[in-house]
Design a protein around this ligand. Structure first.
Ligand code: NAD
Length: 507
């Protein structure tokens, strides 16, 4: 049944008010367009250089106080934030749908991911352990300690408008670091709303320093300003490889650290022994889910030659059946592309496939009469007789390339032969293929899966990829170490002063 919703602009106003984002300019600021109908949702005011300076200075002052708060107490703030997020989940998820175009269940999943990382970070706040190390000198104790690092800038992309910030922010806060958030210019409202939810937690926490968390609104210039600032020891940036190439040298020039989470070009190998019904579901979710706008979206399908027609036909049929429309409707599985530029890049990529000898099915623009300013599309399947240059590019849209392979080593070579290295998977019931794919000679990606698709990671593992994906790791495992500085300390409790390596220096 179709549910009646207000216009996206009215709906956004209603949800923003519930979340506590009240002071937006009526007009005159920067317009924020929603992808559901392409209309302006509201306006926001960008921060100018003076305002950014004030926020960075406040973060530096906050660091002086926050770094000496015991880590488990810092964890308490994140615990409260998790509680506030649980209460705000339906409204924040609605805003993710309105601003980023995600279907309701994926939008709720994105907020759940924030809650999950809160829980993880709270536990972590009691486990920021260092090491004790055997000293070669008698009467000496050596240890390694992790200390807070300083203000962390988080620059985020439109397609995970809140979760990726939370991966960074929750770890940074328990590690003792203030957080400065520069969200995508396409999704500032979800950032303001998340910040308002965090304010509720800060109010309950009572004694957090002013300026511990802030949002800087702006475009590329604002991001570059943060990248250049030597007071910010870590810049965690998520977005296109183009962005990473511009940003990384700015941070490196001043010897800052960066965590880069950049473009992906993710593949699945479908082997002869694969469970095809499982594979089909994994393919359709990971290629068409989020309208192909996940960094981990499936973009390349490498199918054994004996199965390529069967699998391609089944995927085409499934793409045709996918319900496309307003992402707020419960039955919708495919929402809109973020904007016109995304649609134009999709069309251009399909033309490129044809120019390189491939054929394309699907890819039509849909719902044009209903939403002339929004960009709904049918996912496209591009069949290529052999690998072609178009396989090497990331197109941030639901365009899935299919290419046949003959033997498994060839399939792995095709999978690895791209500039990006984020996520990968193999569908097989052959243990040699599965283990080979996960071995040192297998997938070269940061994420490698067996019998699940490449998208939909959990927060417990370290997330990120190699090569042009940037090499960064965030979220679970030991990613927290990047938000702290490591100190090696040696204490001499003997009455002598022996030197290491047997060096003698007798005065
Ligand atoms: P984008 O590169 O256009 O923008 C990302 C962010 O970087 C925005 O906040 C933008 O304002 C900022 N920015 C752009 N140029 C900058 C510069 N020179 N200096 C500082 N900041 C700058 O990306 P997008 O279109 O928002 O997101 C889609 C891209 O992000 C895709 O390539 C996708 O694969 C990638 N992505 C990667 C991951 C990952 O974890 N690897 C996660 C999500 C998205």
């Amino acid at each position: 049944m179709t549910q009646a919703f207000p216009t996206p602009a009215a709906h956004a106003r209603e949800v923003l008010a519930k979340l506590g984002v009240l002071a937006l300019p009526a007009d005159g600021g920067q317009p924020v367009r929603g992808p559901i109908d392409g209309a302006i949702l509201t306006h926001v005011a960008y921060d100018d250089a003076r305002e950014i300076e004030a926020k960075v200075a406040a973060a530096c002052r906050a660091f002086e106080a926050w770094r000496v708060v015991p880590a488990p107490r810092r964890g308490e703030l994140v615990r409260l934030f998790g509680e506030e997020l649980r209460a705000a989940k339906p409204d924040l998820a609605a805003l993710v749908s309105l601003e980023a175009g995600k279907i309701a269940s994926e939008a709720a999943g994105e907020v759940q991911e924030m809650i999950d990382i809160c829980d993880f970070a709270v536990g972590l706040s009691r486990q920021l352990h260092g090491l004790t190390i055997a000293s070669e000198r008698p009467g000496h104790a050596m240890r390694e300690t992790w200390h807070p690092l300083g203000p962390v800038a988080v620059i985020s992309a439109f397609n995970f408008p809140v979760a990726v910030w939370a991966w960074n922010a929750c770890l940074a806060l328990v590690c003792g670091d203030p957080v400065i958030w520069k969200p995508s210019e396409k999704t500032p409202l979800t950032a303001l709303a998340t910040h308002a939810v965090l304010q509720r937690a800060l109010a309950r926490f009572e004694d957090a320093p002013e300026g511990l968390a802030c949002v800087v609104l702006g475009g590329r210039d604002a991001g570059e300003r943060l990248a250049r600032d030597p007071r910010i020891p870590l810049v965690s940036a998520t977005g296109s490889t183009r962005m990473g190439k511009a940003l990384a040298p700015l941070v490196a020039e001043r010897f800052g650290r960066s965590i880069l989470e950049l473009g992906g070009n993710n593949a699945m190998i479908v082997a002869p022994s694969a469970d095809l019904s499982l594979a089909l579901r994994a393919i359709v979710f990971s290629a068409a889910g989020t309208a192909g706008q996940r960094c981990t979206s499936l973009r390349r399908l490498i199918v054994h030659e004996s199965l390529v027609d069967k699998v391609s036909g089944a995927v085409e049929a499934a793409f045709q059946r996918l319900p496309v429309g307003d992402p707020r409707q419960a039955k919708t599985l495919l929402g809109p592309l973020i904007d016109r530029a995304a649609y134009e890049a999709f069309v251009e990529a399909m033309n490129q496939v044809r120019a390189e000898g491939g054929s394309v099915s699907g890819g039509e623009r849909l719902l044009i009469d209903e939403h002339p300013d929004a960009f709904y599309v049918r996912p496209a399947l591009a069949r290529l007789p052999a690998p072609a240059p178009c396989l090497r590019r990331e197109t941030f849209a639901p365009l899935l390339h299919v290419v046949p392979y003959t033997d498994f080593d060839e399939a792995v070579a095709i999978q690895n032969d791209v500039p990006q290295g984020l996520s990968s998977c193999v569908m097989t019931n052959d243990v040699r293929e599965a283990e080979g794919f996960l071995s040192a000679a297998g997938s070269d990606c940061g994420i490698a899966n067996v019998n699940i698709g490449p998208s939909g990671a959990e927060i417990g593992g370290a997330f990120g990829g190699e090569k042009e994906t940037g090499g960064g790791r965030e979220s679970g495992s030991d990613s927290w170490k990047q938000y702290m500085r490591r100190q090696t300390a040696t204490v001499n409790y003997s009455g002598a002063l022996p030197l290491a390596q047997g060096v003698r220096f007798d005065l």
